[in-house]
Design a protein around this ligand. Structure first.
Ligand SMILES: *[C@@H]1O[C@H](CO)[C@@H](O)[C@H](O)[C@H]1NC(C)=O
Ligand SMILES: *[C@@H]1O[C@H](CO)[C@@H](O)[C@H](O)[C@H]1NC(C)=O
Ligand SMILES: *[C@@H]1O[C@H](CO)[C@@H](O)[C@H](O)[C@H]1NC(C)=O
Ligand SMILES: *[C@@H]1O[C@H](CO)[C@@H](O)[C@H](O)[C@H]1NC(C)=O
Ligand SMILES: *[C@@H]1O[C@H](CO)[C@@H](O)[C@H](O)[C@H]1NC(C)=O
Ligand SMILES: *[C@@H]1O[C@H](CO)[C@@H](O)[C@H](O)[C@H]1NC(C)=O
Ligand SMILES: *[C@@H]1O[C@H](CO)[C@@H](O)[C@H](O)[C@H]1NC(C)=O
Ligand SMILES: *[C@@H]1O[C@H](CO)[C@@H](O)[C@H](O)[C@H]1NC(C)=O
Length: 432
């Protein structure tokens, strides 16, 4: 078996590698290059705002290149269309349906409400090419209106479960829309994939957010320097310095499990079916606490939605209030995160959550940014926010990037494992 280090080095050079024995595609993901303007490191994937990962997807014939963020919160994919002129569409590459010879328009519209943002689209099907995979008749939305999305990408690639796009009440011109999930479609069209599952992991020295590189006005700095996320967010749990430009920030693994990237067991959690309508990956929550500080009362049917489109661990409303009181926190509404007086950062204790039968322990440095300060009034960032629900949780990249995460559409389950190179720092996964 190859050593992980060898794999990383080799893949970084090859851009894309297909591990033929297992028929999996291991696609390197890269950071946005912050040292020289807004260029991206030229590679098949890049990192986007707030820890979102993305890549260049080619849509249609001839192919139009768009940068899409990977989103596990739904199986719906969309891209800005040329017909979108609203303010939030500006500064994004637009997909022009008139320029593709293979496009089909089923004459349906679809609106996806992400809570923080909403996108209204005309549905099309066309060819998607990404990382050596070609998916024909892939359904997606061409946005004619969008609100509340951050800059840095042209659309979302839906890595969640299938969404039913047959929502139209217009019966006459209606045509059937195929299933929407990118990975199941890629698998069905058997581009050599051995299963309809995928995994994501970030490469990391195991130090979580405390070594994260953040961008300020074009220069990369380390996280004990104050930064403003409204200027240049980059919260992404990984050590990355401007000197090591070629190391991938992580991998998207399509078609199987990248066993070389895992240390110990892969723990499985059944995904909940009540989330399947929205296409999200949700699991049952059985207990949640901040060790020694706050033990929350969980509602009977509580669930957590795993979402790669946010960095935030979102608590239900009442629990978010408790967290805020306990830590004298300020709520930054646009950012949906709590800020805590910096002098209390050392008091924070691990976030512990039981998802199905799996217990995860996430030490504070994975979800907070302590820094040296001269007065206690200065506030420090966390990745704890609100889920905007009375019962349910959102598990964003501050959590998922800590682990190897695997999504299995066929068996309807999510799996978590420790990453191969993880150095013991209090991060834990156990199963009852
Ligand atoms: C689109 O992306 C492909 C693959 O990344 C690249 O080879 C091609 O030059 C790009 N085309 C344009 C017009 O940028
Ligand atoms: C495509 O072309 C038609 C006719 O030329 C035009 O009416 C329509 O607005 C165009 N659609 C887009 C999305 O640009
Ligand atoms: C569509 O085609 C027109 C005419 O060839 C061209 O001007 C335009 O840039 C194309 N749009 C895209 C998004 O490729
Ligand atoms: C879809 O949205 C467009 C606006 O882009 C609107 O003109 C059209 O009537 C809508 N079609 C359906 C089937 O709702
Ligand atoms: C849409 O409806 C057709 C039949 O009317 C069905 O075959 C297809 O699977 C449906 N698509 C989804 C995503 O449910
Ligand atoms: C970044 O730029 C803004 C506006 O140009 C400026 O106010 C701020 O001080 C700069 N920050 C740093 C760290 O240079
Ligand atoms: C970060 O803090 C460490 C000690 O806590 C200090 O040595 C280092 O210089 C700081 N880095 C920056 C960029 O201020
Ligand atoms: C933080 O920890 C210090 C030292 O352990 C303790 O004195 C203080 O009360 C704690 N503050 C809070 C708000 O928990």
């Amino acid at each position: 078996m190859k050593s992980t280090l060898f794999c990383f080095a080799a893949i970084a050079q090859m851009t894309l590698s297909s591990v033929s024995a297992e028929s999996i595609q291991r696609i390197p993901l890269y950071y946005q290059k912050r040292t020289s303007g807004s260029d991206f490191i030229s590679a098949s994937a890049i990192d986007l705002k707030n820890g979102m990962l993305g890549g260049v997807v080619q849509i249609g014939n001839p192919p139009q290149n768009v940068t899409m963020a990977f989103d596990t919160s739904t199986g719906f994919s969309w891209v800005r269309g040329t017909q979108c002129c609203s303010e939030n569409c500006q500064g994004r590459i637009a997909f022009d349906p008139n320029n593709s010879t293979t496009i089909v328009s089923p004459n349906q519209n679809f609106t996806m409400d992400y809570g923080k943002g909403i996108v209204r689209t005309n549905i099309y099907t066309d060819t998607f090419r990404f990382a050596g995979l070609t998916v024909k008749n892939m359904p997606f939305g061409g946005a004619y209106d969008m609100e509340g999305f951050e800059q840095g990408f042209d659309g979302y690639l839906g890595l969640g479960r299938d969404v039913n796009l047959n929502n139209s009440c217009t019966d006459i011109a209606k045509r059937d829309v195929p299933a929407s999930g990118f990975v199941p479609n890629a698998f069905q069209q058997s581009s050599g994939l051995s299963s309809a599952q995928f995994g994501m992991y970030t490469t990391s020295s195991g130090n979580g957010f405390s070594e994260t590189g953040f961008s300020q006005n074009g220069t990369t700095t380390v996280s004990n320097v104050s930064y403003s996320r409204s200027v240049a967010p980059g919260g992404y749990g990984i050590a990355k310095r401007s000197s090591s430009v070629d190391e991938p920030a992580g991998y998207l693994v399509i078609g199987g499990i990248d066993t070389d990237a895992i240390k110990g067991d892969l723990y499985h959690i059944d995904a909940r079916n009540d989330g399947s309508e929205s296409g999200n990956w949700a699991v049952s929550v059985n207990s949640v606490k901040f060790e020694d500080d706050l033990e929350f009362k969980i509602s009977k049917d509580a669930k957590a939605v795993l979402s790669s489109s946010t960095d935030v661990i979102g608590l239900p409303n009442a629990q978010a209030d408790e967290f805020q009181k306990r830590w004298y926190a300020e709520y930054d509404k646009p950012d949906n995160t709590f800020m805590i007086p910096c002098c209390l950062m050392d008091n924070l204790t691990s976030f512990k959550i039981k998802l199905g039968s799996i217990k995860a322990t996430i030490p504070p440095h994975y979800w907070s940014h302590p820094r040296k300060v001269t007065s206690c009034c200065e506030m420090c960032r966390t990745h704890i926010g609100k889920s905007e629900s009375d019962t349910d949780y959102i598990i964003g990249s501050a959590f998922t990037n800590s682990f190897y995460t695997q999504y299995n559409t066929d068996e309807n389950k999510i799996s978590l494992a420790m990453k191969k190179n993880h150095v013991d720092d209090g991060l834990e996964l156990t199963q009852d």
